[in-house]
Design a protein around this ligand. Sequence first.
Ligand code: ADP
Length: 171
Amino acid sequence: MKRAVYPGSFDPMTYGHLDIIRRAAETFDELTVSVLNNNAKNPLFSVEERVKILKEATKDLPNVNVDSFSGLLIDYAAEKNFHISVRGLRAITDFEYELQIAQTNSKLSKGKLDTIFLTARLEYAYLSSSSVKEIASFGGDISECVPDFVAKMIYQKYNQKFKGEPNEQQN
Ligand code: ADP
């Protein structure tokens, strides 16, 4: 059985992440999306909230499950017996960073953890969790970036409402 892990911060999950999840779920028999508990990043959503969002968004994908981890990916992967990590690539800037992580993980795991990259679909290539947060913090339109239930949760965090047309109101 081909299994893989898709690790990330997912703070919060966007349609870009969801597209990678759907495509990886077609490639592997089982995909575990795992939220990294990274204290250094000062996240908007707790790990529990991020896990809940991912579970809700992937509930129609039977071979996808959601987990969380802290510490090094290679230790988590060894414990759970994952040998492939999936990551998404948007632009050349992602590439440099991702290549370094992939090679470090390969070296530290003595070749036991490999990385597979899926390229972002053009329509999501501009999308990042941080830009979604910034737009939402000013009440901007994030309806094409995240599912509606996630948009509501983000606006709530910022005590904001979508300032669009009344018939496009999110809340
Ligand atoms: P990180 O794990 O680096 O903190 P994220 O949680 O945002 O960052 O992203 C997890 C993975 O998903 C990374 O490999 C990232 O490049 C990828 N990713 C993020 N946004 C998109 C997108 N819009 N399209 C495709 N892949 C993406």
